[in-house]
Ligand binder design. Structure first.
Ligand code: ATP
Ligand code: MG
Length: 769
């Protein structure tokens, strides 16, 4: 197919080039050969990439099916298609190879499945299937699953796949993984998958890399087929993805990657920012384009983001500037607790929507709340439901759709009504009680024959001894539990919060997650605690269940304007006029894990996440933190995040929550700057204000954790201030200390910095050990 002559090309209108700055234009017009666009947030990398695709099509350099364009999410791929069409002013007939690494690899693998021992119609396992399979293998290998859980193994295997290691190419350095049994189980797992004609997510890439490496003819075919390769968010590619790209581009070298080392936030999932740095080595003579003008955010927002990221070492270092005028400073506000924070954000959103705050004409679609940890979402979801504010949750299930929440809710539903068969089916063998498919069938048959609910069917099975052994015993305990909980709740239905804890504990459900050693388990326990916490605002369990069914029903109309709630990780590449960044507290953001780690790697990744968060905002950026949050079931007094200290004072306005502190913590950006909140103790001084103390004096001091709380099971909401000798505590003025003695309501405390003092107990809050 002849290419368009230069003349003909020039004759085609290319209005899409007019909107670009010279550097972007250079990246768009350098169609042949390797191009690396390395630039900070909001500088128009994605725009340039999209325009490049339009240019390739418009000049006839490539047809739609000859362009391989990798984006980070399917949503981004859809948007890119729309934008290309928009730039060309015409509909673009399918862009079949525009999508995520996974979606593209599935298509390729279907064509060549037989080369890795699969059939074309192979199935893709989800995480649950994967875990179930690994459990079987672990049991068959006589390994104690309690000590070496399947979830741990699945993490190990995913990690190997991200590094493109097959069982055959696994390096000897991995020999000790999973108590030395990892490599052998990995090989067995891959064999099982083949027998099942299945693969997991990691396999999609791994198999394609293997095929390309072993079959030259196939590799050559695709090298010729995909004339141009484009990759967005290149900083977050893992080794397998990188190898795959390098193989495909090795022929013509027409590869254009765009990325930002400061936005590399998937290191924990095997992404290697080093891929960016290697680009020029892998593709000698690459054109490297740097973009410096930010088109997204106002000057204060950009300066705040730049100030924070400057704390990282070993950056490639990029200057960013904007023509947009200063706009509003980044706003910073402290709250009493997470619920207060959600309440305040809800009010702000309503004010912006009605035009009393910010510029006129803001829609809910223009606003986003970006959280560090998904358990933070619950407070916002509940609050927004209460005030009738429409919202959507992007990336990951909404709080009440999560597995552990659904499981727990099934227990609650059954406690309220034993007729709830769906709930019974969900939890009959969760946690495992030795009730397999056969036992469940027996229960179902008995229920049907007698025209009763499954719980009644189970009761008959128990009484008649229809199910023997471990399963029979487990079922008897479950039925007895359901009866007991029902009776207890009937007797006193306002004890539902305590009852919820009892149910989760006695059913063995909490225990199940406590014994689970996988990385997700703590998050799930945290979510369960959030759930119990949510119950506090309802009079009884029934009312709560109704509230939740309303929430679940609330997301049908997507045309409606909605506030977006999502994690910082999911927000990559997106932009919103107004962004809320809640929960900037040490231990939450940066995460406790990153703070406990030796070295700075984890902390630097968290800082990049902060940079990603701030740079999503176009006009209004609000950062908040709370003084109290439950961490592992205990109320803890939180300290503002170290990232709060790193915000450049000139670009930050410190707000006072109206009516909350009565003019307490607050003041101006100047004050904030004049006394930088340097270390933990001085950051704590932020709370040292009359308003803050008044809040504390109003009670609400949390009780000493019960043994269950210490295990992380119980949320204590009672307002008693009882301390015992040896307790770690926190005082607004004197900081952290240890209780040495107690005299009525006065405590003798040895403060870490301030020394021994006698203080009134109501000014003291419990602190982490
Ligand atoms: P991120 O690193 O966050 O992914 P990015 O570099 O991909 O950011 P884009 O999303 O492409 O940035 O662009 C940011 C915003 O700036 C978009 O709204 C885009 O339309 C706008 N923009 C980009 N380039 C220009 C330009 N030359 N003139 C005007 N607006 C532009
Ligand atoms: Mg982008």
């Amino acid at each position: 197919r002849p290419r368009l002559s230069e003349q003909a090309m020039a004759a085609r209108p290319m209005p899409y080039l007019d909107g670009l700055n010279p550097a972007q234009r250079e990246a768009v017009e350098a169609l042949d050969g390797p191009v690396l666009m390395l630039a900070g947030a909001g500088t128009g990398k994605t725009k340039a990439l999209t325009t490049r695709i339009a240019h390739l099509l418009n000049t006839g350099q490539a047809r739609t099916n000859e362009i391989l364009a990798v984006t980070f999410t399917n949503k981004a791929a859809r948007e890119m298609k729309e934008r290309v069409a928009g730039l060309l002013g015409q509909t673009v007939e399918g862009m079949p190879w525009m999508g995520t690494f996974h979606s593209i690899c599935v298509k390729l693998l279907r064509r060549h499945a037989e080369l890795v021992g699969l059939k074309t119609n192979f199935t893709i396992l989800d995480t649950d299937d994967q875990i179930r399979l690994l459990k079987q293998l672990i049991a068959a290998a006589n390994i104690d699953e309690k000590r070496w859980p399947a979830r741990l193994l699945s993490g190990v295997i995913d990690n190997w796949k991200n590094r493109a290691w097959t069982p055959e190419t696994l390096p000897s350095s991995e020999a000790n993984a999973f108590n030395g049994r990892g490599p052998e189980l990995y090989a067995q797992y891959q064999e099982r998958l083949k027998t099942l004609n299945a693969c997991d997510f990691g396999d999609l890439l791994l198999h394609m890399v293997t095929i390309f490496q072993k079959h030259d003819d196939i590799l050559t075919k695709y090298q010729t087929w995909f004339k141009y390769i484009l990759v967005d968010e290149y900083q977050d590619t893992n080794v397998a993805q990188y190898l795959w790209l390098r193989l495909l581009a090795a022929g013509h070298r027409n590869i254009c990657c765009v990325g930002d080392d400061d936005q590399s936030i998937y290191g924990w999932r095997g992404a290697e920012v080093g891929n960016i740095l290697r680009f020029e080595k892998d593709f000698p003579g690459a054109k490297v384009v740097r973009l410096e003008q930010n088109y997204r955010s106002t000057a204060h927002i950009l300066a705040a983001a730049s100030g924070v990221i400057a704390g990282n070492e070993g950056r490639l270092g990029k200057e960013l500037w904007t023509e947009a005028d200063g706009g509003e400073k980044v706003r910073l506000i402290g709250h009493w607790d997470g619920d207060e924070e959600a309440r305040w954000v809800g009010e702000e959103i309503e004010a912006m929507q009605s035009g009393t705050r910010g510029r006129a004409g803001m829609s809910l679609d223009d606003m986003a709340i970006l959280v560090r940890a998904s358990h933070q979402m619950r407070a916002f979801e509940d609050r927004f439901l209460t005030i009738g504010l429409p919202y959507r949750v992007i990336g990951g299930p909404r709080f009440y759709e999560r597995m552990e929440i659904r499981d727990a809710m099934a227990y609650f539903r059954l406690t309220v009504s034993q007729n709830d068969d769906l709930a019974f089916e969900r939890i009959v063998n969760t946690p495992r009680r030795g009730l397999g498919d056969k036992a469940v069938q027996t229960i179902q048959t008995l229920a049907r024959q007698n025209g009763v609910s499954l719980v009644e069917g189970a009761r008959i099975a128990v009484e008649s001894g229809a199910i023997k052994g471990k399963g029979g015993k487990g079922l008897a305990e479950l039925v007895a539990g359901l009866d007991r909980w029902f009776t207890q709740l009937r007797a006193e239905d306002d004890t539902h919060v305590e009852m919820a804890e009892v149910i989760l504990e006695e059913s063995g459900y909490t225990e199940m997650w406590l014994n689970d050693k996988t990385p997700e388990a703590p998050g799930r326990l945290e979510n369960l605690k959030e759930l119990v916490k949510a119950l506090e605002s309802f009079e009884n369990l029934q009312g709560f269940l109704e509230h939740v069914s309303l929430i679940m029903d609330n997301d049908t109309d997507d045309a409606e304007e909605k506030v977006t709630i999502m994690t910082l990780h999911a927000a990559k590449g997106l932009e919103y006029p107004a962004v809320f960044l809640p929960g900037w507290e040490d231990g939450l953001f940066p995460s406790q894990r990153s703070m406990d780690e030796s070295g700075l790697k984890g902390l630097e990744e968290e800082r990049r996440l902060a940079y990603v968060g701030i740079t999503r905002a176009e006009e209004i950026c609000t950062i908040s933190f709370a003084a109290n949050r439950r961490v592992y079931g205990q109320w803890q007094s939180q300290l503002p995040s170290r990232f709060v200290d790193e915000l450049p004072a000139d670009h930050v306005e410190v707000l006072t929550a109206p009516g909350l502190y009565g003019g307490g913590y607050g003041g101006t950006a100047g004050d904030f700057g004049a006394s930088p909140l340097e270390d933990k103790a001085s950051r704590a001084d932020a709370y040292n204000s009359p308003g803050w103390k008044r809040m504390q004096a109003q009670g609400n001091l949390r009780a000493k954790p019960s043994p269950n709380e210490a295990r992380g099971l119980v949320i204590d909401a009672t307002a008693v201030s009882s301390f015992t000798q040896g307790d770690r505590v926190f005082h607004t003025k004197f900081g952290y200390g240890t209780v040495m003695g107690i005299e009525g309501d006065k405590l003798d405390i040895e403060f870490d910095k301030a020394g021994a003092k006698k203080v009134v107990s109501k000014f003291i809050v419990p602190a982490a050990q």
